[in-house]
Design a protein. Structure first.
Length: 202
């Protein structure tokens, strides 16, 4: 059975009650240079929002150092499985940045899929926690460290028609690696819903 690739980047920042906070270490950032990477996957692609990646990002980090635990944050963006289709998802690809040029390395990643709840992330359907990326590339981009990662979804998951939400967090020690942010997309008009973001412990 073929495992298909799912590529997603965040679209824009949209904060609402329940998936919101204002206190955060570098909740977003912007590089002066174009995002330097493109997808490496050559297999079938179910969904690709990696069309016009911006050189900006939204913090989506699970911190492991004691001083930053309460600042863990999570971004989520939506996608639609078309009517009459069933998708088997075997990989997620994601761009991003470490702030201020830290050499982050291939930190482990959390990937979560949520049901839709009236245009917001709802019930968690699938969680792949503390997963080592199957592919990781990074390069110094001015004052920041641009990254590109891919994570194998094992076992693969099956989604039927409807709207879903995907979140991606990199697990990081702020005192060593700093913040990691999920790469944004230059899209106008928006693709689907605007993204949601939360900082649940702060």
């Amino acid at each position: 059975m073929t495992k298909n690739t799912f590529t997603l980047t965040l679209i824009t920042l949209f904060m609402l009650a329940g998936f919101i906070s204002v206190a955060q270490k570098a909740p977003s950032g912007q590089s002066d240079n174009p995002y330097p990477f493109g997808p490496t996957e050559t297999g079938p692609v179910l969904y690709d929002q990696f069309v016009n990646p911006a050189s900006s990002w939204l913090n989506s980090s699970e911190y492991t150092d004691a001083g930053s635990l309460a600042l863990t944050s999570e971004g989520a963006d939506d996608f639609d499985v078309p009517t009459g289709e069933t998708w088997e998802i075997g990989k997620v690809a994601f761009p991003g940045y470490f702030g201020y040029g830290q050499a982050g390395g291939a930190g482990n990643v959390n990937i979560r899929f949520y049901a839709d709840d009236n245009g917001m992330p709802g019930t968690e359907l699938h969680a792949f926690v503390n997963v080592t990326p199957s592919h990781w590339t990074e390069t110094l981009d001015g004052s920041y460290m641009a990254t590109y990662g891919e994570v194998e979804i094992s076992p693969s998951i099956t989604l039927t028609e409807g709207k879903y939400w995907l979140s991606c967090q990199v697990i990081t020690d702020y005192t060593v690696q700093g913040d990691w942010g999920w790469g944004l997309e230059n899209n106008n008009p928006w693709v689907g819903e605007k993204l949601h973001w939360r900082n649940p412990l702060d």
